[in-house]
Design a protein around this ligand. Structure first.
Ligand SMILES: N[C@@H](CCC(=O)N[C@@H](CS)C(=O)NCC(=O)O)C(=O)O
Length: 221
């Protein structure tokens, strides 16, 4: 059986969601972020050297990295659902979005998160200066990039109902995290197609079931 090494409030939510969509049996081992640093506990390094979540284990196999986990699960357990047929335009779009989610979309969102947390870790004497540097860095570096990605998603979602085409695929599960992160860190909700996408995925019974299993989730990091 698959074991999901689940860090609270994290990308690992996507793996729980996929498993619920596929109605597969799985078990969850829980890890709690440090309340101050938000980092994962050291015990996660015993599962994978990077100590990040998600990680899954099954029959002596360990898989890290959300995209690789999704590919592994579909490949090993159900390669007909949530993945378009090879050689189709939908399959190419599927592959693109599956990689783009972590490879491109998360970068400016992560930068923004780091900049916004800088002032709180600065000594009180220089906190004001650090705050204004962090604000400027967001205005000049991360925010314009995030707006470009948001407009891109909004436009792409006018072409078809889901990211890869007319059918819901695992690429939509992969893309959920950047869109959710953008919804709390930027003005995602003013993009109508992005908002519709988020409303639709949040209404899916499997998404709701994954939330009940995963616990509190507010797209923090
Ligand atoms: N690209 C990786 C990112 C993994 C990652 O950064 N996970 C975060 C949770 S969302 C984490 O483990 N953070 C805690 C830490 O860095 O200690 C993936 O998609 O799996």
């Amino acid at each position: 059986m698959i074991t999901v090494h689940h860090l609270n409030n994290s990308r690992s939510q996507r793996v729980l969601w996929l498993l619920e969509e596929l109605e597969l049996r799985y078990q969850v081992r829980r890890y709690e972020r440090d309340k101050q640093t938000m980092l994962a506990p050291k015990s996660l390094k015993a599962i994978h050297p990077l100590g990040k979540s998600p990680v899954i284990t099954e029959d002596g196999i360990t898989v890290a990295e959300t995209g690789a986990i999704i590919e592994y699960i579909l490949d090993r357990h159900d390669n007909n659902r949530f993945i378009p047929k090879p050689g189709t335009p939908e399959r190419l779009r599927y592959t693109y979005w599956l990689h783009y989610a972590e490879g491109s979309a998360m970068t400016p969102l992560l930068l923004k998160l780091v900049f916004s947390r800088m002032p709180q870790s600065a000594p009180p004497l220089v906190r004001g200066i650090v705050n204004s540097i962090a604000q400027k860095a967001q205005e000049r570096m991360s925010d314009p990039q995030i707006r470009t990605h948001l407009d891109y998603w909004d436009n792409e979602l006018t072409k078809a109902e889901w990211f890869a085409g007319k059918d819901f695929t695992a690429a939509d599960i992969m893309m959920s995290f950047p869109l959710e992160a953008a919804a709390v860190r930027a003005d995602a909700k003013s993009r109508p197609m992005v908002k519709t996408f988020l409303d639709k995925i949040h209404a899916r019974p499997a998404y709701q079931a994954a939330l009940r299993t995963g616990g509190q989730y507010d797209y923090a990091a």
